[in-house]
Structures are given as C-alpha cells and as structure tokens.
Design a protein around this ligand. Structure first.
Ligand SMILES: *Cc1c(COP(=O)(O)O)cnc(C)c1O
Length: 393
C-alpha cells in the first residue's frame, strides 16, 4: 500500500457510524448487548456474524473499529486488540504454543518479552532457543531441527540492531515455524513486515499508536485464520481485552500517527547527526545513518526511514550519563517511548537493571548508554537541549 493510502486509512479506515452520523468515532462504553429476542440470542451464541456482539471481552464496536483500522494500515487480514503490548506478545505466543513445541527467539528483547520466553514458556514445557538476531548463521543452525514459532523485535531495544525479517522468515518458513515480529520500534508507519514475510505482527499501542502517553494497549495482526481461529479463542477466554475507551484513544492516535512519527523520525536523524560529531559521544546507533552497521538492511526494511529512536554512548560511564540526563531541560527522563514528548532513558539502571552485567554487555548496553525517544518538539530546540546537556557532562 502506498504512503497516501496508509494516511487515508489512518483517518477513515474501519469507521462505522451510528444512526446519528457522528463525525468522531463513537465510544460504545458497554460490556453487554441486548437481543431483540431469545431466538436472536441463541443464534448469536451459535455463530456471531460480522457487527454482531455478545460481550466486550469477545468484542465491542469501538474496539472493532480500531482493529479494522490498524489491520488496513499494516496490510494484515485481521487484528485483535489487547489491554497492553505485553498481553499482545503473550497472546500471540501462548495461543499457538503447547508443551513440546520449540521456539527460536532473538536474544535482544524488551524485558517483559524476555521474561515470557525465558521463564514462563519453559514452565509449560516449551523449549526456547536464543540466538543473536543479526547473525543469519545462528538462526539457520537453531532452526535446523524445526520449530513451531520464531519471535524477535525487528529493531532491538535499546541497541537499535535490526533483524532481517525477509531472511529470517525464509529460514523459519522452511523449518515450519510461524514468524511473530514485535514491531514497536519500526512503527506501523514504516513497517512493511507482512509483505516482508512476517506471519504475525505485534504492537504495543502504548507507544507510537497512542503516542501521547495516555493509555496502555496492544494489538496482534495476522491472517484471518490465525487471528480468529487461534488468537481470539485464547484471548476471549483469558481476558486481556482492550477497553472501548482505550480503543477510542487509539483510534484518535492513529489519525495523527503518520504526521507525528515522520516528524519524530526527521528530528531523530538530525539529533543522531549532531551527537555523532560530539567529542564526548563515543558511539551512536541510528538505523538511518550510514554509520549503522546494518544501514542497507534498515533502508530496505523501513523504506528509507530510520525510526524515532536514537541510542548513543557518552564517555565517562554512569556518572556522565546521569549528568547528561540531569542537565536536560526539554527532554524528560522517563522510560516510555514513541511519545510526542522527547524522553531520555538510561537503560543500564532502569529498563535493563534486572539483567546481569554480562547479559547487558552482550546486548551492547554500557553504563554510558542513553536511549532517546524523539518527540515532536521543534528540532532545533531538541538539538540545542541535547548538545547543551552534553556540554554539562
Ligand atoms: C513497550 C513494549 C512492549 C510492551 O508493551 P506494553 O504496552 O508496555 O505492555 C513490548 N515490546 C516492546 C518492544 C516494547 O517497546
């Protein structure tokens, strides 16, 4: 789908109006639905048709509008919305796995994703093998005995290392595995994950989709068969449904997401270039810069974009990183990302604190590393704030 198509879908896709013709999407703040007759109730429990609802844990009109809109944007047949990004990750994995299955996953994962793969799934008899996501040979070796699923973040947190969706999907499909991609850092704006071979795409809607720090949410996208046949039965009975009010927030978020994310990515590039030249910065990771080790892959996978995140290392370890954070005047210290407000995170002492030092080292997380989520403030103000804070180090 072209960029123009995506932007139009983001505003109009999936909208269903009531008899009042409301311009803005309605919030159906209801958990239940009344039937015209006992016969209608019986028929709906046998087989609910499209636009027929039973209970909000199974589905709700506002939630369905969000699901349709994000599915159109992503180029997926269908979607299931969840209460958080983690409910989406867990739903995608747990709904299709059983004891005795084998999963191959990239090692560089968001902390809670790592917990599901490393701690929870093995408790239910699922074998999980970890590989270095950028190393094709490791995927090939780990997938040789076959696997039920493959899981990775297309752009890893906080290293911003890329995984080649097309290459891994080819290996995974030959091994009989379903390819599940956590695509948060790539964003729905730059993603073409499904046409590149992903079977299932998962987003934390908390990030760029809301993009304004208001609500937790998540979504699983895939084929109609996977979403309605595998994911829906699992989620509707285990309860991680998205609330109608959250779905409304996410619908409104999608309307402006393209504008926000492109502005964020454009500032992120300017910031990455500015910090690259700073004497106190020893390393910069931004997939849109030719200095990124996987620049060509990033260009291919993200359609020439570089994303909204920049990671860099300040000389002087934790002390220097803290001095930098404390000297920022516009950029906030927090751990969210994808927000309209720019955010600096010190992964070693916050998001990745729980890991052992050698695990952090293997993920490229040093004590001087800062992860920046670039917001929509004026680019020149952000560059000045960041360079000013660097000079305070
Ligand atoms: C934030 C995030 C999640 C979890 O999403 P929540 O909405 O916080 O539950 C999963 N994966 C990645 C890559 C994330 O950034």
């Amino acid at each position: 789908m072209t960029t123009k198509g995506k932007r139009t879908q983001a505003v109009h896709g999936g909208t269903q109006r009531s008899q009042w013709g409301e311009l803005s999407e309605a919030i159906f703040l209801t958990q239940g639905f009344a039937y015209d007759s006992a016969e209608q109730a019986e028929a709906r429990f046998i087989q609910a048709g499209p636009d027929e609802y039973i209970y909000a844990r199974y589905g709700n009109p506002t939630v369905a509008m969000f699901e349709k809109r994000i599915a159109l944007l992503e180029g997926a047949e269908d979607a299931f919305a969840t209460a958080s990004g983690m409910a989406a990750v867990n739903g995608a994995l747990s709904s299709c796995l059983k004891a005795g299955d084998r999963v191959v996953a990239a090692r560089a994962l968001f902390g809670s994703c790592l917990y599901i793969l490393e701690t929870i799934l093995p408790r239910f008899g699922v074998e999980v093998v970890f590989v270095d996501g950028a190393d094709r040979a490791q995927w090939e070796e780990a997938l040789a005995p076959g696997a039920r699923a493959v899981f990775f973040e297309s752009m890893a947190n906080p290293s911003l290392e890329m995984v080649d969706i097309e290459a891994v999907a080819t290996l995974a499909h030959a091994a009989g595995a379903v390819v599940i991609v956590d695509n948060v850092f790539s964003t729905p704006v730059f993603s073409r994950a499904i046409e590149q071979g992903a079977d299932v795409v998962v987003y934390s809607a908390t990030k760029h989709i809301d993009g304004q720090g208001r609500a937790l949410g998540g979504v699983i996208l895939g084929s109609r068969e996977f979403i309605r046949g595998t994911v829906e039965p699992y989620l509707k009975h285990t309860g991680a449904a998205m609330s109608p009010f959250t779905a409304w927030i996410m619908l409104k978020g999608l309307e402006t997401m393209d504008l926000r994310v492109r502005a964020q990515a454009s500032s992120a590039r300017a910031i990455a270039e500015a910090v690259s030249e700073h004497p106190k910065v020893t390393a910069v990771s931004y997939p849109g810069l030719p200095t990124h080790p996987q620049y060509d892959l990033a260009q291919r996978q993200l359609g020439g974009a570089g994303g909204t995140m920049v990671s860099f290392v300040i000389e002087g370890g934790k002390e220097a990183a803290f001095a930098f954070c404390n000297a920022l005047e516009i950029v906030l210290i927090s751990n969210n990302l994808g927000d309209a407000k720019s955010i600096a995170t010190h992964p070693a002492t916050t998001t990745h604190q729980r890991l052992k030092p050698e695990q952090r080292a293997s993920l490229g997380i040093s004590d001087g590393m800062i992860r920046l989520s670039v917001g929509i403030e004026a680019t020149e103000d952000l560059v000045a704030d960041i360079l000013g804070a660097l000079s305070a180090v």
